[in-house]
Design a protein around this ligand. Structure first.
Ligand code: SIN
Length: 311
């Protein structure tokens, strides 16, 4: 590998590979972030979603591995935005994406005002989709509130900003969220967050498998791939071309990465499979993606990005 051209651009920055970590995966502590910097196949690094104050997250057990994916109810454990804002302002060999999440609209505004006032010029991603904060809704399922938040944010925020979305399941909802997002100068949308509020039952124990929220939690991994691809595709068909799509969800093979890009993804994040397989997963995915591209005679991601055919 590789005479293949894996570069992509986003928010004026060059990513040397299409791979990202999904926010929340191996990106909470300084040690984990340093590990990610050492993964040469990673194009960029996304931080754990940062809240105003550090959070311990939900009670454990809050992650459970399944043959077909995972369920989690982490509840945004993180070291607080000061830590992550400090991290992204240091020199890094790869582009960084600062993920932030508010527990209220006021929090979101305060967080992004801090980012705006800082020297950080890189990408920020506003997580509007965490399904696991007890008592808090997933903002991006409420189109009116999403519009209000973005209107207020863009009244002062002038740096590159994207949003992390939950999965949508109805074509009308794709139309509605796209109509909102197209009214703002977003660099990107990252789709999908986990499929919220699934429930896994251990039949032998006659019990749920995670503690918070009575066992309800976000689904990830292989089982969500078709939902993730549908969201990448449907949003690519509806969003302004200036808004890039980051594809997240269900990646276990290089073919899955290829499929995300074919549906229109600019970059592709890996979550559950990193937990299952470790950071070596990125080398395997790059090799598998390279093999597919070479077999098809493609030399760059642009050769097939967004070119999914229909019957
Ligand atoms: C979490 O509950 O911490 C993971 C979900 C998210 O990052 O939105």
């Amino acid at each position: 590998m590789s005479k293949l051209n894996f570069t992509s651009t986003l928010g004026g920055q060059t990513f040397n590979s299409p791979f990202l970590n999904a926010s929340g995966i191996h990106c909470q502590t300084a040690e984990e972030l340093a590990d990610l910097e050492g993964v040469k196949e990673l194009g960029g690094i996304v931080t754990k979603s940062a809240t105003l104050e550090a959070r311990a997250g939900n009670d454990k057990p809050r992650y459970y591995d399944l043959a077909y994916g995972s369920i989690n109810s982490m509840g945004l454990p993180n070291s607080g935005y000061n830590f992550y804002l400090d991290y992204v302002q240091k020199e890094h060999a790869k582009p960084t994406i600062l993920s932030v999440a508010g527990l209220s609209v006021a929090d979101v505004i305060k967080l992004l005002k801090e980012v705006q006032a800082s020297d950080y010029q890189g990408l920020t991603e506003l997580n509007l989709s965490c399904p696991n904060v007890i008592g808090e809704p997933q903002t991006a399922y409420d189109f009116e509130t999403t519009r209000k938040v973005l209107t207020e944010v863009f009244s002062f925020f002038t740096k590159p900003l994207g949003v992390k979305l939950p999965p949508y399941f109805d074509l009308v909802h794709f139309d509605q969220i796209a109509a909102v997002l197209n009214d703002f100068p977003l660099t990107h949308v990252n789709t999908i967050n986990s499929v919220g509020n699934g429930l896994v039952v251990d039949v032998e124990k006659e019990q749920v498998v995670t503690k918070p929220k009575g066992g309800f939690g976000g689904l990830g991994g292989a089982m969500v791939l078709p939902t993730a691809l549908a969201n990448v595709r449907a949003l690519r068909q509806r969003l302004n071309p200036s808004i890039a799509i980051l594809g997240t969800g269900g990646v276990t093979t290089g073919a899955d990465v290829f499929a995300h890009i074919l549906c229109g993804a600019q970059l592709v994040s890996v979550g559950t499979q990193v937990i299952k397989e470790g950071l070596g997963v990125y080398a395997r995915l790059e090799k598998e993606l390279s093999d597919i591209m070479e077999a098809k005679g493609y030399t760059s991601l642009e050769d097939f990005r967004g070119k999914l055919q229909v019957m």
